[in-house]
Design a protein around this ligand. Sequence first.
Ligand code: FAD
Ligand code: UDP
Length: 365
Amino acid sequence: MYDYLIVGAGLFGSTFARLATDAGKKCLIIDKRDHIAGNCYTIKKHGIHEHVYGPHIFHCNDDLIWNFVNRFAKFNTFVNRPIAINNGKVFSLPFSMYTFNAMWGVITPEEAMKKIESQRLKLNREPLNLEEQALTLVGEDIYNCLIRDYTKKQWLKDPKELPASIIKRLPIRMSWDNNYFYDKYQGIPIGGYTAMFENILEGIEVKTKIDYFANQEYWNSIAKKIVFTGKIDEYYKFEHGELEYRSLRFETETMPYNNHQGNAVVNYNSLDIPWTRMIEHKYFDQSNANDNVTIVTKEIPDIWSRNKTPYYPIGDEKNTLIFKKYMSMAKSEINTIFGGRLAEYRYYDMHQVIQSAFNKFKENI
Ligand code: FAD
Ligand code: UDP
């Protein structure tokens, strides 16, 4: 008999399993994929760690979380400085003096602020959707060039139909600092995320290629508690309707030369290019990369349907209402703990998933 049967070897499941095992509990993790690490999974090709499910940059402010991940990996000093391309013109992200200079030729923060103020949407209420939020923050030029079409392409929805909260993630800086994240800590685990997960899971029993729903009764019978990190609507057999997610396709190519785009992340902000961004994996961790090849991945948004991989929860009104119904059912479960991006239906970054696992572990131990 296990204390915990954990469904999902992603970051939530693996963190929970580590905490429980360290507290003397017996855990078994199952995952329907043929590997551990969930969406953080990396594979090594030509000395390059390929981020199989999109670029993953670890960042956080919290010492406990940073110390936790550093138990299992040494992090490099990677800093995310993406660029954005529209119509052959290059802009720096996040929105900073570099962006304002490329857009308007302004040199000082005061000039940039004046320019934004002259075209900013002025509301005497909270912005109701992503478009209003963006126009309020940065005005028309930046919205039209760098936000509107990228957002349409990424979410396959009009920005007016998307929640304002999505864009609150995008930093705006009145300085020449183009570090995408504000956080105290940032980096990529040297040797790849998969190696970090192998260390997190050391001494813990893991079975891959197993779908919990194929034999739910059996799995429930071998553990005192279930930790579920899959889709919450699927857990409840979609009885309150289906939650919507955004799916993605990744097109990866190995190029027979050293350097393709000169940066880890390049966003493509116009609608004529089908991918939202292209990543060049060797820029995340250059420690052992081969000089004769480079690996790039295009990230292409994909319309959601039940059998596709759910990458991003869509936190709009309709889906939030459906999720609340599932959440109230989940609250009354005694033996099942729900956690992670899919079960909590939250647009979590990795550090937030770890924090959530810490919290759920404390509540349930
Ligand atoms: P997952 O990683 O999805 O793990 C859930 C696991 O459960 C999966 O392996 C799945 O196979 C398994 N599972 C589901 N259902 C079943 C079932 N029925 N039976 C068995 N197994 C099941 N975060 C950052 O901090 N920085 C970034 O730069 C960043 N970039 C990202 C880029 C992309 C393209 C995406 C999609 C996410 C990004 N994230 C980033 C977010 C990060 O991936 C997540 O926060 C984190 O991986 C979520 O962990 P999780 O354990 O909740 O979910
Ligand atoms: N965004 C944008 N232009 C960009 C990058 C981002 O308009 O060049 C918007 C878009 O709506 C996106 C949101 O900002 O959904 C958050 O982007 P981020 O890159 O932080 O999110 P990720 O896709 O990495 O989770």
